[in-house]
Structure formats: C-alpha cells, structure tokens
Ligand binder design. Structure first.
Ligand code: XIL
Length: 371
C-alpha cells in the first residue's frame, strides 16, 4: 500500500482543487516539489523533456519547478542530430542545454550509442566507415557540451538476448559492424572529449523477474566487470525502469541486484521511470491507484540502496507519455482485455498537469528514504 503522510494528504487536496478549474500550479505552489524532497535525501529527482517545453509554457514551468535533473528525451540521439547524413544539426539540443542551465537543472545526455532507432542512411556504410562515424559523432557531440552536462548515457540498452547475437547483445548497426568492442571504444572516446562528465551504461528490463530481466542482469554485471578490468572509464550504471506491472517482478531481488552493481564502485541512476498501464483495468481510479502503488513500491526498494543518486521520470505528464506514440501499445491494451482507445495514464501528472496519486507515491517513497 502507498503510505499516506501529511504532505501526501495536502497533495491530494491540492490535486482536487486543481481539477475544480483552479490553475494547477497556483493551487499547488505552496507544496514541496519532488526535486526539493529528493534533495533532502541525497537524490536528484527529475524528468526527461524535449522540444515540447518551448511550445508548452505550463509544462515548461512544471519541469522547472519539479526537476533538479533532466534528460534530453530525444534531441541528443544520433538519429535526431543526424537524420539525413553525417552532418549534425545541434540547434535544438543547444536550446535544451541552455534552458537546463538557466533553470539550474543538471542535464543528462542520452544516448551516444544505441543499436535501436538509427537513421537508415547509416546502413549504407562499411564497418570501418561506421567506426569512423562513431568516433566523429562522439568527438563532436561530447566536445560541444563539454563541462555542461551531468552525465552521458554513452551506451544505451547493450543487451537483448532474444536477438540471438553472441553474448546476448542487441543487434543493430554498431554491434553488427564493430562487435562488443564498440562499447569500450565509445566510453574511452567520450572520456577524452569530456573528462568531467559522468559516463553511464544504461540498460532496461533488469527489474523484471521474467526470462528477459533475469537473462540481462548477469550479462550486464559481466560487462561492467570486463570494462573495469580493461580500465575503461565507467562512472555510473543507469536502469531505465519502464515498469510493467503485468509481468512478474520482485523488488527485493532487484534491490539485491543493485547492491551487486553498487559493490563495483559505480553510481546508480533510475533513468526512465514510468509505469506501463496496458495490463491494468480500464477504470481510471483503479488504474491510477495501481500505477501509484507500483511507483511507490519500486522506489522504496531501490532508494534503500545508498548508491542510487538520481531518479528521473520519462516525462512528468501523461500528455507526453511515449506509450501514446508507439504502435504496440494499443495492441497490448487489447490483448489484456482493455479498451484499446483509452489513453495511457503512465505518469505522475495527468493531461491537465494535475498531480495524480503517483505523484504522492513518489513523494512518499523519496521522503521515506531518511527512515
Ligand atoms: C523513446 C522516446 O520517448 C520516443 O519519443 C522516441 O520516439 C523513441 O525513444 N527506452 C529508451 C528511451 O532508452 O530512449 C526511449 O525513448 C524509450 C525506451
């Protein structure tokens, strides 16, 4: 159950007032932000955001209010910087980095290397050309923001055993051309370009107690060990935490796993927190309650690990839920017997930027870290 504290109750009251057509941020402005609550317990709390903040002023205000840390959702990814060819357009990324600085939001860049979501033009290149392209991409991008970012996801999602590649690696242009060496190469190159930024290895699925989660965990640990043994600079490990309550999970087992990672002397970040609600009931109140509970129970377990230094939601509002943009999501809702036309309610604020029970759940889990 989500534990209710006095601050929680106030949050719910403010939420109710806001839905009665009081401007949400005004109604809630007397309350602590999650960023402030996190700061009291040594956790940077924040969210992913991207170019929508330049069109959506209320959301921009909300991001600035709640976040001590942020992640560029897309604008620093290879395919967004270089959609049509090797020459990059940094215009939007520049604006986002400047916005974060003006608002004193520590910014994470994601991701220098990801074997998913790459533009098709890179498929025309030979392995040696791809190696040169990887080096150039890292040199240009990391150097451009040198000294201004909190951390870089140097490599995102290295593993996906269902792809049946040797070592359980994810298939894609970088791995298929360069093998697992591209991971070591990318970290070394990034460290040269910015010796101050924290270099992060980011992975998904590990909190799942299913075949996929249980297969990725040991692979990731072994990769960390190999990198450290080879002297590759690695400062942090990120866990996405796109939580899926419809799959088996065991928060105590995941906590034990995080302790294993922590013993390697790296920081740990929860990098993309949200709750996939495709398997939850249509009823909005019940769905919101289950999304809140999953946020709470997961965070309570992971925040007990002292090396967890940051918690980043993958957006603050349902309005910008990435589940609303992917084609598999409605099929998943249908498969679980839900109404495929319903809107995903995967985040801690609703479409009107009113706090949901999940906000209270996150606040309670953060505040509970002291105990
Ligand atoms: C997603 C973005 O949210 C989408 O807007 C984009 O179309 C695709 O990428 N795991 C990750 C993130 O590592 O980078 C993904 O972000 C979500 C899943």
């Amino acid at each position: 159950m989500v534990e209710m504290t006095r601050r929680d109750t106030l949050g719910l009251v403010a939420g109710a007032a806001a839905s009665a057509h009081v401007t949400p941020l005004t109604a809630q402005s007397g309350l602590a932000s999650l960023g402030a609550v996190g700061a009291q317990v040594g956790v940077l709390f924040g969210s992913a955001f991207d170019r929508e903040i330049f069109q959506d002023a209320p959301y921009r205000t909300l991001i600035a209010r709640e976040c001590r840390i942020g992640t560029t959702e897309n604008s620093l990814k290879f395919g967004w910087l270089r959609p049509r060819g090797p020459t990059a357009d940094f215009a939007i990324a520049d604006e986002i980095v400047a916005y974060a600085e003006r608002n004193r939001i520590a910014l994470r860049g994601t991701a220098l290397v990801w074997n998913d979501w790459n533009p098709t033009w890179i498929n025309r290149h030979s392995p040696s050309e791809l190696g040169a392209l990887l080096d150039r991409h890292i040199d240009e991008t990391v150097t451009r923001y040198r000294g201004r970012l909190h951390s870089w996801d140097v490599v995102n999602e290295p593993f996906f055993p269902p792809h049946r590649r040797a070592g359980g690696f994810r298939k894609g242009p970088w791995f298929d051309a360069l093998g697992k060496d591209h991971i070591f190469r990318a970290f070394r190159r990034a460290a040269k370009a910015d010796p101050t930024v924290k270099l992060t290895l980011n992975e998904g699925f590990c909190e799942q107690e299913d075949e996929l989660g249980k297969s990725v965990r040991p692979l990731l640990l072994r990769l960390i060990d190999e990198m450290q043994h080879a002297g590759v600079p690695l400062h942090a490990v990120g866990f996405q935490a796109h939580l899926k309550p419809q799959l088996p999970f065991d928060d105590a087992a995941f906590q034990a796993y995080l302790n294993e990672v922590a013993r390697r002397g790296v920081e740990i970040y929860i990098t993309e927190l949200d709750v996939d609600d495709s398997g939850l009931p249509d009823d909005v109140a019940e769905r919101d309650r289950r999304v809140a509970q999953r946020h709470h129970d997961f965070l309570k377990a992971v925040l007990a690990v002292p090396q967890v230094k940051a918690v980043i939601a993958w957006h603050l509002s349902d309005k910008y839920s990435w589940y609303r943009t992917v084609d598999w999501f409605r099929q998943e809702v249908r498969r679980h017997g839900g109404d495929p036309m319903r809107s995903a309610r995967t985040h801690i604020y609703d479409d009107q930027l009113v706090r949901k029970p999940a906000w209270t759940a996150v606040e309670s889990a953060l505040a509970g870290r002291r105990a």
